[in-house]
Design a protein around this ligand. Structure first.
Ligand code: TRP
Length: 371
């Protein structure tokens, strides 16, 4: 089995989430903690119920403060190196749900600087353009412009830079090397960058002139950034940011997560119905070689990328998800029909998303923070 690698820039191998909890030093989201959330939200999002958000830091503290009347704010972000795919939407969907349920502000960072620094073939013009294109996907999910503040690192640099250098001053090269695995061949912009990603974790405190708790939903691959931030922010007089971590949305091909670098592995929000049909048709499943074997032995939803699509996104109803799984295991549901049903669900979702995305162009300015 390929060795597991999980860094902000690379996710590879068979992912062992329990091991990530141990190695990164995070906490498991327990049933007790879920009950505590439910007390405030009335229900639990399926991403929480199904353990797709599986780990956290200081989420209990966020709830303690909230119960005392000390409201938190949310922070998340996106590295705009490509169009957005369905896997990217997963943490944003939970973020939106949290914003609605707790009625809180959200800062959404577009790290066009990061993608320029880390991607050989991307120009700054291109990552900056993608920042605003990707922002349309965020807005299309229905965020409230009165509570949602999206910014490009480049275009909001005047505000961000003066805070980022305070972080940078506390971060030595040897720590950056140890945490991120940087080598002497990394450019100095890459080494500095984590200071920019730390800023929105205390920006609201700077703006309000008092400490405000911050909760950051993110894919667990981003954790290294926030380990650094949690170490440094208290030294600057701010709270440590709390976090809630999601698993990776598996790709359509065998093994690995959805990846923008292999377009066949993911459904993009900009894909046409034909592209979607083709990608799902070619997806890796847990099905058997022949229909006869399938009927006799049943399929294997636990290894099936198509089933993951239902679980992570397209079947919010737990009962129906269970039915899909059990009829697959009994050999009643064939991969062909399962793919067919999924394709229609994805096509419908993407078509609607694309309409909302175009509408978002008209209101984009309402969301964007500028200096
Ligand atoms: N670095 C992230 C990426 O490449 C983008 C990002 C910036 C982010 N700030 C964040 C992601 C906060 C999650 C939470 O996608």
């Amino acid at each position: 089995m390929a060795r597991m690698i999980v860094t902000p820039w690379e996710v590879r191998g068979e992912i062992d989430y329990e091991r990530l909890i141990r190695e990164f030093g995070t906490q498991r989201i327990t049933p007790e903690l879920l009950e505590r959330i439910k007390k405030h939200t009335g229900e639990l999002h399926f991403l929480l119920r199904r353990g797709i958000f599986f780990s956290h830091r200081d989420l209990d503290w966020i709830l303690d403060e909230y119960e005392k009347g000390n409201r938190f704010y949310l922070y998340t972000g996106r590295g705009p190196s490509e169009n957005v795919h369905i896997g990217h939407l997963v943490p944003w969907i939970l973020t939106k749900w949290l914003q609605d349920k707790f009625d809180v502000k959200l800062y959404f960072q577009m790290t066009d600087d990061e993608k320029f620094l880390f991607k050989k073939n991307l120009t700054l013009e291109e990552t900056n353009r993608l920042a605003y294109e990707n922002a349309l996907d965020v807005i299309a999910l229905g965020f409230d412009h009165r509570k949602t503040f999206i910014f490009s690192d480049i275009d909001y640099a005047k505000t961000l830079y003066r805070e980022a250098i305070k972080v940078a001053k506390r971060l030595t090269l040897s720590t950056a090397k140890a945490v991120f695995g940087f080598k002497n061949s990394n450019n100095v912009g890459e080494i500095f960058f984590t200071s920019m990603q730390a800023v929105p974790a205390f920006l609201e405190s700077v703006k309000q002139g008092r400490n405000v708790p911050c909760l950051i939903p993110y894919g667990i691959d981003q954790d290294a950034h926030f380990r650094v931030a949690r170490d440094i922010l208290p030294k600057l007089g701010f709270y440590k940011p709390a976090a809630i971590h999601s698993k990776f949305f598996p790709g359509l091909l065998k093994g690995g997560k959805m990846s923008a670098s292999d377009p066949r592995s993911a459904i993009f929000t900009t894909d046409s119905p034909e592209e979607i049909r083709k990608k799902v048709a070619n997806a890796f499943t847990g099905g058997r070689d022949t229909i006869e074997e399938q009927r006799k032995l049943g399929g294997r939803p636990e290894i099936c990328s198509v089933f993951k699509y239902y679980e992570f996104f397209f079947e919010p109803d737990d009962e129906r998800l269970k039915e899909i799984s059990s009829s697959c295991k009994k050999g009643e549901r064939t991969c062909g029909e399962c793919k067919q049903i999924l394709t229609e669900k994805i096509v419908k979702f993407v078509e609607e998303h694309q309409k909302k995305r175009e509408k978002a162009r008209k209101v984009l300015d309402k969301f964007i923070l500028r200096d």
